[in-house]
Design a protein around this ligand. Structure first.
Ligand SMILES: NC(=O)c1ccc[n+]([C@@H]2O[C@H](COP(=O)([O-])OP(=O)(O)OC[C@H]3O[C@@H](n4cnc5c(N)ncnc54)[C@H](OP(=O)(O)O)[C@@H]3O)[C@@H](O)[C@H]2O)c1
Length: 165
């Protein structure tokens, strides 16, 4: 359906969510138009190393959901973010979001706090050095926050939003 919309000029690009592992392998055999974006869980504790090899092969951009680890204080309180925040005059959250953008990821941080929303857009006036990026890379534990079963995935895929209501 997305490919049809793209061909008809109704969609400028195709973005899909949560295609990883076996689902990504299956998709690769079926797509006619390569999607521009894939949205998956990504943060410094889980950097999607394996998936990124495939995405790079096709030039697909990665969009990070849970970019701030769903607000996990263990992630936010990592010493490296406090140190870099002090150096650049930024909060740990801003350092994490800057790391995403320098990794080439598109970010969709969630917030209900007006100050945080402003902060989350104010990350383009500083740059982490290669050494600092390497320090952050050391936090990768290949550990997700969200563990989804195949059954849940089928449920999500079949969910139909009721726009008319
Ligand atoms: N495609 C999918 O399957 C999928 C799955 C999950 C999530 N998502 C999407 O991903 C997006 C982000 O998810 P999320 O909001 O759960 O996780 P998140 O962006 O990683 O974390 C949000 C948490 O971080 C806090 N926060 C945000 N900015 C902050 C800042 N500058 N300083 C300190 N704390 C800050 C928020 O608290 P405050 O409200 O107090 O700022 C909230 O507790 C959402 O749009 C969501 O719909 C997609």
């Amino acid at each position: 359906m997305l490919e049809k919309a793209y061909r008809e000029g109704k969609a400028k690009s195709i973005g899909i969510s949560n295609f990883e592992g076996k689902y990504m392998e299956e998709l690769e055999t079926k797509w006619e138009i390569v999607p521009q974006f894939i949205q998956v869980e990504v943060h410094p504790y889980f950097t999607q190393k394996e998936l990124r090899v495939t995405l790079d092969k096709y030039g697909i951009k990665l969009m990070s959901w849970y970019p701030l680890g769903h607000g996990d204080t263990a992630l936010m309180n990592e010493l490296v973010f406090a140190g870099l925040g002090k150096k650049y005059g930024k909060t740990p959250a801003q350092v994490i979001l800057r790391w995403h953008t320098q990794m080439g990821f598109v970010i969709i941080p969630g917030s209900k706090n007006a100050e945080h929303i402003k902060d989350n857009m104010d990350i383009f006036d500083f740059a982490l050095t290669d050494e600092e990026m390497e320090q952050i890379a050391k936090l990768d534990k290949n550990e997700r926050y969200y563990h989804r079963t195949d059954e849940q995935l089928v449920q999500f895929a079949n969910w139909k939003p009721e726009f008319e209501k």
